[in-house]
Design a binder for this molecule. Structure first.
Ligand SMILES: Nc1ncnc2c1ncn2[C@@H]1O[C@H](COP(=O)(O)OP(=O)(O)O)[C@@H](O)[C@H]1O
Ligand SMILES: [Mg+2]
Length: 228
């Protein structure tokens, strides 16, 4: 049932909102350090799949296994702790905390994991350097461009040393040049740190940065096997 060697896998997920089926038997898996793109048109259940995989949304049925543990067997507190320690997130519109500076935003996952401010901000600045936004540390999200904000968001996703990054349309609000650079930096950093990436996108040029892609049709993630 669990594909051999996978870090995170979902089997036969179903989720319905009212009478709208969002997931209708979706299966999926990702290996450690692998970058997988989940493709599909708008409304095909991509974000729902990602939210289920990250333990944010509970599926109606089906199983999700992370590092040998079933998410549904954990308490809410255990799932939250897992999200903080092992997962990073990048959304379409950065979702940086507007009141914090960029460096404070990047340091946030470390601070939540108990790292002291100075050490957290030092690590944050190292990631910002890799993402080519180290000059923006003192600025607030409202003072930087969309592309810069997304690089800060990627740095934040990486700063807590996650095992998996969930990226939902991370370049959806960017022009193609900025979008490609963000994808380049995200996938380079993830690969060199052996972080798995679950990348949700409806754009083939974004999916081109992945090691493998799966397509959601009618709420089914195909290509569960490692043949594609
Ligand atoms: N919180 C929600 N409440 C009601 N319907 C939702 C909710 N989230 C998603 N849906 C519905 O589920 C379907 C799949 O949505 P979603 O997973 O967001 O697709 P995608 O990310 O591929 O665009 C859509 O029909 C959407 O309207
Ligand atoms: Mg979506």
């Amino acid at each position: 049932m669990i594909p051999e060697g996978s870090l995170l896998s979902a089997h036969d997920l179903r989720k319905t909102y009212g009478s709208t089926p969002a997931l209708d038997g979706a299966s999926f898996s990702v290996h450690p350090g692998e970058v997988v793109a989940v493709m599909g048109p708008s409304g095909s259940g991509k974000s729902t799949l990602l939210h289920c995989l990250a333990g944010i949304v509970n599926p109606d049925s089906g199983t999700i296994t992370y590092a040998g543990r079933e998410l549904s067997a954990m308490s809410d507190a255990e799932r939250s702790a897992l999200r903080r320690s092992d997962f990073g997130f990048v959304f379409q519109f950065g979702q940086l905390v507007p009141e914090l500076t960029c460096v404070e935003n990047v340091a946030l996952p470390l601070r939540l994991n108990g790292v002291k401010r100075k050490a957290a901000e030092r690590t944050a600045l190292e990631w910002m350097e890799r993402l080519e936004v180290d000059g923006l540390g003192g600025k607030r999200p409202g003072e930087v461009s969309g592309g810069q904000g997304q690089r800060v968001a990627v740095a934040r996703a990486l700063a807590g040393s996650p095992k998996v990054i969930f990226a939902d349309e991370p370049t959806g609000a960017l022009d193609s040049l900025n979008g490609e650079r963000v994808m380049e930096l995200l996938t380079e950093a993830a690969r060199s740190s052996h972080v798995a990436v679950v990348l949700v996108t409806h754009e083939a040029r974004v999916a081109a940065f992945s090691d493998r892609d799966v397509t959601v049709r009618d709420g089914r993630a195909h290509n569960l096997e490692y043949s594609a």
